[in-house]
Design a protein around this ligand. Sequence first.
Ligand code: PAF
Length: 260
Amino acid sequence: MPSIVSEPKSWRNQRKELSGSLGFVPTMGNLHAGHISLCEQAKRENDFVLASIFVNPTQFNQREDFDAYARTLEADCKLLDEAGVDFVFVPDEKTMYPDKYEVQVIEGLVSGELEGEFRPGHFQGMLTIVLKLLNIAQADRAYFGEKDFQQLTLVRKMADSLFLPVEIVAGKTVRAEDGLALSSRNARLTPEQRQIAPTLARLLKSGLDDAAVMKKLEEAGFRPEYVASKWGRRLAAAWLGDVRLIDNVPLSEVKKEEAA
Ligand code: PAF
C-alpha cells in the first residue's frame, strides 16, 4: 500500500529523503481508470509517484455537490497501490486553508469563459488548490488529464506566469468502449442516460459545425451549455438529467464531412 501522509511538513521531510525524480497526480478521489492511467504515466516517467486526494470545497458551485461527492479512500488507495503509486497526500480542509480562504489565485481571461461562464468561481478555487498542492508536493512533473482541457490550459498558464519549478504534463482522455469519456459523474447516469451519453463524443468528432452539434445534442435529450472550438480542440458541456458531462476532442480528429 502507498504510504499515507496528511501534513505538508511531514511530506517535505520525506521529499528531502527521495533521491530521484517525483511525479505528482492531484485528484479529488473517487478514482477511475482515467486517474489510474495518469498515475501509470507518472510512474513510467519518474522514479517516485505522489498522488493527492482532497475534495476541494472552493471549486464546487453548490455546497450539496461538495457534500454528495463520493469519498472512497480505501478503494482509492487500493487502486493507487496497483498503479504503483508510492505516496498519497490526504490533507484535511483546515490544513489546506489555514487562511480561511483569504488568499486566492485569480486568472483574468480564460477562467471566465466556457466552463467559467457556467461555473463562476470554479477555476479560482481550482487554481488556488492546485498552487497549494504543487508547492507542497515539490514534484518534477505534475499530471493533468486532457478531459478537463480548460483546467489543463489554466494550470499551464499559472505555472508559466508564476515561474513554478514543475513541468505540467498532459494525460490522454480515457474512454469507455462506446466512446464516453471516463468521469466520476458517469456512475450517476441512469441506464437510459448511459446509452445516450456517448453521443456527446460522437457529435464532437462529427463534421457538423458547433451550432449544429448544439442542436443535435438537444435532439438527443441533452441540455447543452456550450459547444466551442478553441485551443486546437472542440469542447462541450451538456446536462443529461442532473448529471453534467464535459468532453473535448482534438480538432484534428473532427471529421471534415458531415456526420452520418
Ligand atoms: O481535476 C481534479 O480532480 C481537480 O480539479 C484537481 C486538479 C484535483 C484540483 O482539485
